[in-house]
Design a protein around this ligand. Structure first.
Ligand code: ATP
Length: 333
């Protein structure tokens, strides 16, 4: 059953140079309990898309077009009050990039968890909310007594876990995890990802996992949306994105990240830089970096084409990709 249905979403930032088209015509739907990865380089618009869903955008941002339907409710039409009352934390929660910034430094972590729970559940007493916080801490491998600590008393890994506790405290139907482990060292990263997955499965929450790291999404997600220049350029189940991508950008991303099962894989980063999002003009935004770009790519913006089984690609040359790759391989040898 569809939980979230984003259609033609455009979220722009006002700047001195004009609108920054950070999310530009994005469409994506998510089923209950499903995990979808948003993957792309820094600045491609992943965070903007996620923050649009929970409407936690900065003041200079505007949703200029499109709709976000969450469980039958049109999110773009809700007032701030309705959002706070009905949606944020209770239905949709977000684990931010840097958890330390998500907590208020002047209150204990426990007080903040109690506050969020009680804001949404009038009948829950302080003692009950606190007990739930302690249980969540225990589930997440934090000593429950640390609930009375202030955020600055936590290490980065603990703060991230505490933020996960807060994000899951009200059993939301959708969790937005924005690079939840980038600030942490590699060993802790794996453990935290596992914990998020376990808790999510237990609660049957859907999740959007944002990352620039292809290996993270391939391990944790059912489907993957590849984001480039504010657009979803390829969308398919994780297996297809990893083994049979059709967008040249996805091919590049796949080669730019290590395959944990292949020690000998040569890592190649994608040459060039992400596109200018102020007035990007017509044509494919990846054309300047694409080894396969031809005239049409520079002139006509590609639209999503279906390749069966929910596989969608925005590329004029997607149906020739295997041949183009084979030809490129021949030239190299
Ligand atoms: P990262 O992984 O670095 O967070 P991202 O893929 O999540 O990157 P966004 O943070 O959504 O990308 O940024 C998309 C574009 O919007 C970028 O060009 C960025 O510079 C721009 N942008 C983000 N926030 C603002 C803002 N408050 N004002 C103006 N432009 C912004």
């Amino acid at each position: 059953m569809t939980l979230l249905d984003i259609d033609g979403l455009k979220t722009y930032y006002g700047s001195d140079d004009g609108w920054v088209r950070a999310t530009d015509d994005a469409s994506l739907s998510i089923e209950r309990g499903e995990t979808v990865g948003l993957v792309g380089e820094s600045g491609s618009g992943k965070t903007t898309l996620a923050k649009s869903i929970i409407r936690l955008l900065p003041d200079n941002a505007e949703i200029v077009d499109g709709s976000i339907e969450f469980d039958g409710t049109e999110i773009t039409e809700l007032s701030d009050r309705e959002l706070r009352r009905q949606i944020r934390w209770s239905e949709i929660s977000m684990i931010p990039q840097n958890a330390m910034n998500g907590f208020d430094p002047v209150y204990t972590v426990g007080d903040q968890i109690v506050e969020v729970i009680r804001h949404h559940e009038d009948d829950t007493s302080k003692a009950e909310a606190r007990e739930r916080g302690r249980e969540l801490f225990d589930d997440l491998g934090i000593d429950p007594d640390r609930i009375d600590d202030y955020p600055h008393q936590f290490s980065g890994g603990m703060a991230q876990r505490a933020m996960i506790a807060l994000a899951l405290a009200l059993s939301p139907s959708l969790v937005l995890a924005d690079e939840p482990t980038t600030a942490l060292d590699v060993v802790i990263q794996d453990r935290i990802l596992e914990t998020i997955k376990e808790m999510q499965e237990e609660l049957n929450s859907a999740m959007i996992m944002i990352t620039h790291d292809m290996s993270v999404v391939s391990e944790t997600c059912d489907r993957i949306a590849v984001v480039y220049g504010g657009r979803i350029v390829e969308l398919a189940d994780a297996e297809t994105i990893i083994t049979n991508p059709r967008h040249p950008y996805t091919l590049g991303l796949r080669n730019a990240f290590p395959d944990i099962s292949d020690d000998d894989q040569e890592l190649i980063s994608i040459p060039g830089t992400p596109p200018e999002l102020v007035d990007p003009g017509e044509g494919c935004r990846f054309a300047p970096r694409c080894p396969f770009a031809e005239e049409e790519c520079w002139e006509v913006t590609p639209q999503p084409e279906s390749y069966g089984d929910g596989h969608q690609v925005e590329c004029h040359r997607a149906d020739e990709i295997e041949h183009l790759q084979a030809e490129a391989g021949k030239k190299e040898t």
